[in-house]
Design a protein around this ligand. Sequence first.
Ligand SMILES: [Zn+2]
Length: 192
Amino acid sequence: MSVLQTLQERSNNTCELCTSTEELKQYTIPPSLNENVDNDVLVCKTCLGQINGDQDMDPNHWRCLNDSMWNEHVAVQIMAWRMLQRLRNEGWPKDLLDMMYLDDEALALARATGEDKDESEKIIHRDINGVILENGDSVVLVKDLKVKGSSMVAKQGTAVRNIRLDHENDKYIEGKVSAQQIVIITEYVKKI
Ligand SMILES: [Zn+2]
């Protein structure tokens, strides 16, 4: 059974965050690169648009987290935690966060994208031109890049899609080149 099928089955074909049944998509929670039932959630178009920042956050939509934060699957709990963190200035999300329990491992993963940090302490990744990079962006290499631990050279001009930011170091991102996941220095890339 594919990851998507497993997600559809466990969620009964509903958005795992808001229970909508419209336009459900599989979402791999950053910084994970590989789809896996433990790293993935099934979400609707409305949730996904706000998670990705393509749509403005609508705090009322996220009242659904009141229920989904208790979901038995850790990936869903982590996404609920992250969205509550983004909304914490609304007040009520903070009360829900206080009630929530994530074990150490889940909490570390939940924190990996910095939702709980204030803007000033957030690690910002920028490309060679100073343009801000986000998880999921595509970049092109502006220099040849030797890949550590292999004889491979990633050539200048290579496009790297769906990058992941290193949440501890603003100089590093990760992405796949020739099906291999590599670490790339932000000074070597340009956002496309
Ligand atoms: Zn939803």
